[in-house]
Design a protein around this ligand. Structure first.
Ligand code: GUN
Ligand code: ZN
Length: 447
């Protein structure tokens, strides 16, 4: 039992995923959050008098959710490039490797300028929080100081985050946007000693084609010595897979390149994985590494269609990512919808395909993401002892029946809330966001 006192108590409907079920709907529950932001108890709403005596709170101080409201866990974006937010929604007219050279590297080089970085990073943290991302796993750029700023901004706005200073020592197209292996190692060592209460550093080799074997070796060692998270990209496009074969001819596979540099651990998350073999998925399973599925990006850059069902059948952990700006939307609700779309597209190709259900995808956006980031000890669903990372959803918040017609998104919240008919489903329905018990949306305006 929690030793800390009770700070807040909420009464109403709670919807979440558990380790056994994709969606569990808890009606008329009383949930207490302690002064450390952890869930202290979950009981029946009818027992408010007994629970208030036991836990020492005033029954009149309970926050009662409205008729059209419920709480769900905050969503987990397992892969997003904070630095690419500045051009999200543009420049999706070429395949990955050209897109990186033409648009991405030139933009990322601008983060040398800390004021530019502060502006974009403030916007991306606010936008994702408002859209219900309580945990984000960010790529920044190669610049350590700007990456530190991103961590500080996320922490100040109250977003839980893993933040990666990007490492790359190969760049044939924009030669000034890269480091030497020794610079990258030194800066990563300077980077990983920093953390904030809500923010941890993640070791971030960009992807094998941007990294020499020497650099991958350094990074594997740093992650191992400091027990750190690791993130990168893998098997996003076939062209990239072929390039890795050319660059690393002595390795069994793309996955083997990371594995032999100690970069596959149960704290590793690799984005995409559209073209992995069964043998590679087996290596993921054995090491506990996970996949960030980024369907918007995979379609926008014509990279591939990840067969999520196959990954889950291999018992490999998988979360969802927006992959801004390969993906054009910073919203995890979009990632949910695109995941369903991709699964349905696979069903069009093969009518025997076992299409993902809405409930399964809801789980991937919440608890699945927390598991993929090895953060599910503290986040992902409503269990006593976990941090209260939650979205207060009002299905009636976005307007009248016009919205119902204009926004297909309504199905998201409608599916979760059989008790009411929601007009719509987007950030307007997310009326409050909590991270570690603290309300972080609506934003508290500064002086
Ligand atoms: N592979 C290496 N870098 C990147 C990136 O910035 N975006 C995407 N989508 N794939 C990558
Ligand atoms: Zn990416």
């Amino acid at each position: 039992e929690s030793a800390a006192g009770i700070a807040h108590v909420y009464r109403g409907t709670f919807v979440h995923a558990t380790y056994h079920t994709a969606v569990e709907i808890l009606e008329d529950r009383l949930l207490g959050v302690d002064t450390e932001g952890k869930i202290a108890f979950i009981g029946s709403g009818k027992e408010v008098d007994r629970l208030s005596q036991k836990w020492g709170f005033e029954a009149f101080a309970v926050t009662q959710l409205g008729q059209h409201e419920f709480f769900m866990p905050g969503m987990v974006d397992t892969h997003i490039h904070a630095s690419q937010y500045s051009y999200a929604g543009t420049a999706l007219d070429m395949p990955l490797l050209q897109w990186l050279n033409m648009y991405t590297f030139p933009v990322e080089a601008c983060y040398k300028d800390l004021e530019f970085a502060r502006n974009v990073y403030t916007h991306v943290v606010k936008r994702t929080l408002r859209n219900g991302t309580t945990t984000a796993c960010y790529f920044a750029t190669i610049h350590t100081d700007a990456s530190l700023l991103l961590g500080q901004i996320a922490n100040d706005f109250g977003q839980r985050a893993l933040v990666g200073k990007v490492c790359m020592d190969t760049n044939n197209f924009i030669p000034h946007y890269k480091e030497t292996p020794e610079e990258s190692e030194g800066e990563t060592n300077r980077w990983v000693i920093n953390s904030y209460p809500l923010v941890r550093p993640v070791v971030t080799p960009r992807f094998a084609p941007s990294c020499s074997a020497a650099l991958l070796g350094y990074l594997g060692e740093i992650a191992h010595n400091n027990d750190l998270h690791i993130q990168s990209h893998i098997s996003e496009t076939k062209e990239e897979v072929n390039l890795v074969k050319e660059l690393f001819p002595d390795y069994d596979s793309y996955t083997d390149v990371y594995h032999r540099h100690n970069l596959l651990t149960d704290k590793t998350v690799l984005a995409h994985g559209c073209h992995l073999t069964d043998g590679e998925l087996k290596l993921f399973r054995e090491t506990g590494a996970s996949i960030a599925h980024c369907p918007n990006s995979n379609i926008s850059l014509c990279s591939g269609m990840l067969d999520v069902r196959r990954v889950l059948n291999h018992k490999v952990k998988l979360g969802l990512g927006t992959d801004v700006a390969g993906g054009y939307s910073p919203s995890m609700l979009d990632a949910v919808r695109r995941t369903l779309d991709t699964s349905k597209a696979l069903t069009i190709q093969d009518t025997q395909y076992h299409t993902l259900t809405f409930e399964e995808v809801f789980r991937l956006a919440t608890l699945g993401g927390s598991q993929a980031l090895s953060l599910d000890e503290n986040t992902g669903n409503f269990e006593v002892g976990k941090d209260f990372d939650a979205l207060r959803v009002n299905t009636d918040a976005a307007g009248g029946p016009i919205d119902l017609i204009n926004h297909g998104e309504g199905s998201f919240f409608m599916s979760l809330f059989p008790l009411s008919i929601p007009p719509s489903g987007d950030d307007r329905n997310i009326v409050e966001v909590y991270v570690a018990g603290k309300r972080v949306v609506p934003f508290v305006e500064g002086p």
